[in-house]
Design a protein around this ligand. Structure first.
Ligand code: URA
Length: 243
């Protein structure tokens, strides 16, 4: 693929902008500045540098963000900044067109922290977010009132939420301390954890998503930071959500 098309596909702007970046000497490949927009490169394992920042070529983008509190998972937020402002602009512009850039896989509430997957692969997003695939999501829930066995039993047996004809169950629940619970859900209904805890007479004080589909948010990714998923991590997420 030629260098102008490489930059365009990776979200560095219109073809004209990409050509300008190359011609002005802002782009290097393997440490060498390339000013020929039509120079051809094999994109397998390609890394390039634009204005001093190194980028891997990715046919499709798969990443995780450690979502901080106080951000909305919407492109057009109402009250708080958007999580998309935490990403560099090429990730938000990949692919061009109206529906450009990576999209969040499902949503977390403004005050929820933790693991959020993002991708520009529509099949992956659907696979991870469709209730049909039962992708487990592990939440660490801090509650206002002490937890007891009866509450946990009800969460596991199923509670009635107003938008669901059938009771909604947690796939797993374990009490870590008097006010902290690990809850695994395989659906992603609106405010689901908060509404389930309210249905058993408790209240969520803080909510953190620790893992999705078995992929954990490691301690190495600080709040507000993102990283690429490895090919193995992406494959494992696909495999884990296989029907
Ligand atoms: N359940 C909630 O109530 N909020 C979230 O952000 C995620 C799951």
């Amino acid at each position: 693929m030629n260098l102008q098309d490489i930059l365009f596909s990776q979200g560095f702007g219109t073809r004209r902008v990409c050509a300008g970046l190359v011609q002005q000497g802002w782009v290097s490949v393997e440490g060498v500045v390339v000013t020929d927009t039509l120079a051809e490169f094999d994109t397998a394992n390609l890394t390039f540098t634009v204005q001093g920042v190194q980028w891997p070529f990715r046919e499709r983008a798969y990443l995780m963000l450690h979502k901080p509190a106080g951000y909305e998972c919407s492109q057009k937020p109402g009250m708080y900044p958007s999580i998309y402002t935490l990403l560099p602009s090429p990730l938000r512009m990949r692919g061009g067109g109206a529906a450009a850039g990576v999209q969040a896989v499902g949503r977390l509430d403004q005050d929820t922290t933790g693991l959020l997957l993002l991708s520009d692969d529509g099949k992956f997003i659907h696979r991870m977010s469709s209730p049909r695939h039962h992708v487990p999501k592990l939440y660490e829930v801090t509650t206002k009132h002490p937890l007891d066995g009866a509450q946990v039993a009800r969460l596991l047996a199923g509670v009635v939420l107003d938008d669901s004809p059938v009771p909604v169950k947690a796939a797993a629940a374990s009490v870590l301390s008097s006010h902290v619970l690990h809850l695994t859900l395989t659906e992603g209904k609106y405010h689901q954890v908060k509404r389930m805890l309210a249905a058993v007479g408790n209240r969520v004080e803080a909510l953190h998503r620790a893992s999705v589909g078995g992929l954990r948010l490691g301690p190495d990714l600080p709040s507000g930071q993102w990283r690429w998923l490895s090919a193995d991590e992406t494959a494992a997420l696909y495999a884990g959500s296989a029907t």
